[in-house]
Design a protein around this ligand. Structure first.
Ligand code: ATP
Length: 229
């Protein structure tokens, strides 16, 4: 056994192609990328360059046509849909530009959802969710519904929901897309802090130039290929 920590997430020679000729699109073209605990990786690139497709592959929301995706030594690219959904509950949280919170539920109830889906008791779920909200600096909004929070608070609740229950991998697609620059900087600072102090590994797709200041690495994607890192 090696003492070297394994990368939590690995993509090896990953390709994802949509459609048929003449409309065939190579959305992800032979991408090899890996990262681990403490790393905040930013994917930048023009609209349509393949960033969201890459995130979906890491989260097991989509499967590659070739190559492999490994999360925590588990081969995501060979898993059934049910197994991939289970992996998201246990290991990989997902955050989108639109916070995707359930409007009818409070912040605390939203964060509890993945825990209840995993079979935890409502009491355990509530306790862990409270701690997660506190961890991301929004303990005070636990009893509020999404329309009673600011955009920045909603995104923090989304991050709490993504990481609650010992999940350490977070995949975030344009998480600051709806935020002003002060709130965007705060959100990137939070993601950086979760990487530094809470064992998180974060992959963010973003057009936001601020991201670079907080990233461990910035990877540029062009026409589905990684062109620099
Ligand atoms: N489900 C799909 N069916 C067909 N084509 C798709 C599908 N998903 C993505 N594509 C195509 O794959 C390419 C990459 O799209 P993707 O959404 O990954 O880019 P992106 O870099 O995330 O763009 P944006 O910054 O606008 O979100 C685009 O040409 C897109 O039209």
């Amino acid at each position: 056994m090696s003492d070297v920590p394994q990368d939590l997430v690995r993509l090896d020679g990953v390709c994802r192609v949509f459609g048929e000729e003449p409309d065939r699109v190579v959305a992800v073209d032979d991408v090899t990328l890996s990262f681990g605990v403490g790393e905040l990786i930013c994917l930048q690139g023009a609209s349509g360059s393949g960033k969201s497709t890459l995130l979906n592959l890491v989260a097991g929301l989509d499967l590659p046509d070739s190559g492999t995706v490994t999360v925590d030594e588990e081969l995501v690219s060979a898993m059934s849909e049910d197994h991939r959904a289970d992996l998201r509950l246990r290991r990989v949280g997902v955050v989108f530009q639109d916070d995707n919170l359930v409007r009818e539920l409070t912040a605390l109830e939203n964060v509890s959802l993945p825990l209840l889906a995993r079979g935890l008791s409502s009491r355990e779920a509530r306790e862990l969710s409270r701690a997660a909200l506190e961890r991301v600096g929004v303990a005070a909004v636990g009893a509020r519904h999404p329309d009673q929070m600011s955009g920045g608070q909603r995104q923090r609740v989304g991050i709490a929901r993504g990481l609650v229950g010992d999940r350490s991998i977070l995949v975030a697609d344009e998480p600051t897309g709806a935020l002003d620059s002060a709130n965007s900087a705060d959100l990137f600072a939070l993601l950086r802090e979760l990487c530094d102090n809470a064992g998180a590994a974060v992959l963010v797709a973003t057009h936001d130039p601020l991201a670079h200041d907080y990233a461990t690495r910035t990877v540029t994607v062009r026409d589905g290929r990684m062109v620099e890192s």
